[in-house]
Design a protein around this ligand. Structure first.
Ligand SMILES: Nc1ncnc2c1ncn2[C@@H]1O[C@H](COP(=O)(O)OP(=O)(O)O)[C@@H](O)[C@H]1O
Ligand SMILES: [Mg+2]
Length: 355
């Protein structure tokens, strides 16, 4: 927590005020003692007593008046601090106190300001999370309902015996099975997304060589690319690229990029995969051909549930893949973005290299 440097000046100030009040009182006493003419040597004891009481009371009163005058500014400032805290407690988060002077009171005011700003930021963040959650629920319930309606529809047909023969029954079962798998996939993606959205999402970091990890994954994907009539131009560096990553999570990012390239690229065509290191960062680039950019600003694709029109027609994805990837890359202090140029869409993942 940020604190203003502690200065023990309030005590010193108070002591100073007491000393000033003391000397002030002393001065008044001197003035009084000069007025000895008031004391009548022939007066009664009662008269002398009364005079002494008056003298004492005047001295004490003088001390109180001088001290109160000196301390008044501090008391007013304390009152102002207390009122502002009351406002903050009543919900005016972010309200701050003007810092006056350099003592424990200004330190207290500084800390209250910090607390007030922090509370305001937390409140705004909570509100944003709430909004994101609501959007998420709306979108996901729509996406979940589609396969579920279909499953219920087919099960109803089977239940009421509305099929012509064994073959049709088998067809229904297969549709039900594939819709259930789709439902399962949607649930997994949703679970992953909410898990990663939480502010205390944890990473299992390991130091590994990114070049060999990517060579291995690309090697596993080559048969799938070929099956889809996509030839791969692989320019993954041969150097060692040490990175500190959560392997399971980053593999999810790479696999989503490769699967997207397979799903959304023109076929037959080419896919370029490169891994290049530059100073302290390493960049993975995955490019594929598209007839037209799925959206004017390709970086919109990283928004939750954003899916191009083409992908909406087939029930392939969820539109969560890239936003999950963005969150994972950001948790690794990296950056992921997309570029479009002349019929090529490129996704770039940048990472810090570790020493
Ligand atoms: N390599 C790509 N080429 C063309 N369009 C892509 C590519 N990758 C992603 N997209 C577009 O971005 C959208 C979001 O992708 P993503 O978040 O991975 O969700 P999903 O794959 O589940 O649809 C896709 O629906 C698609 O329209
Ligand atoms: Mg995807």
């Amino acid at each position: 927590m940020k604190t203003i440097k502690f200065q023990n000046t309030l005590t010193v100030n108070l002591l100073l005020m007491i000393i000033i009040s003391f000397f002030g009182t002393l001065a008044v006493m001197v003035v009084f003692s000069k007025m000895d003419t008031l004391i009548n040597p022939n007066g009664s004891i009662l008269q002398a007593g009364l005079l002494l009481t008056f003298w004492f009371s005047s001295v004490i009163l003088t001390f109180i008046v001088i001290f109160t005058l000196l301390v008044r500014k501090k008391i007013l400032y304390l009152k102002y601090i207390s009122e502002t805290v009351q406002h903050i407690a009543n919900g005016k988060l972010g309200k701050t106190i003007d810092i006056k002077g350099k003592d424990e009171l200004s330190q207290l005011a500084g800390n209250i300001n910090y607390m007030s700003k922090e509370l305001e930021n937390k409140f705004i963040h909570e509100r944003q999370l709430e909004k994101v959650k609501n959007e998420l629920i709306t979108n996901i319930s729509h996406d979940l309902r589609t396969p579920l309606t279909s499953i219920i529809g087919y099960l109803n047909l089977i239940k009421s015996g509305q099929y012509k023969n064994e073959n049709q029954l088998q067809e229904y079962f297969e549709t039900i099975y594939s819709k259930s798998q789709r439902l399962n996939y949607l649930m997994d993606e949703l679970f992953e997304f909410t898990r990663l959205s939480s502010p205390d999402a944890m990473l299992n970091l390991y130091k590994i060589d990114l070049a060999s990890l990517l060579q291995q994954i690309v090697g596993e994907y080559i048969p799938i690319f070929e099956e889809e009539h996509l030839s791969v131009r692989n320019s993954i560096t041969n150097e060692d690229i040490p990175v500190l990553i959560d392997v399971e999570k980053m593999v999810r990012v790479y696999e989503n990029l490769f699967m997207n390239a397979i799903k959304y690229s023109i076929k037959p065509s080419e896919i370029n995969i490169s891994l290049i290191s530059k100073e302290n960062t390493v960049a993975l680039k995955v490019s594929n051909r598209v007839e037209q950019p799925p959206v004017d600003n390709v970086n919109k694709l990283f928004e939750r549930f954003y899916r191009g029109d083409m992908s909406r027609m087939g029930e392939q994805g969820t539109g969560l893949g890239l936003s999950i990837s963005k969150r994972i890359v950001e948790l690794h202090n990296g950056d992921i973005h997309a570029e479009y140029k002349d019929g090529w869409i490129t996704f770039i993942v940048e990472h810090p290299i570790c020493d």
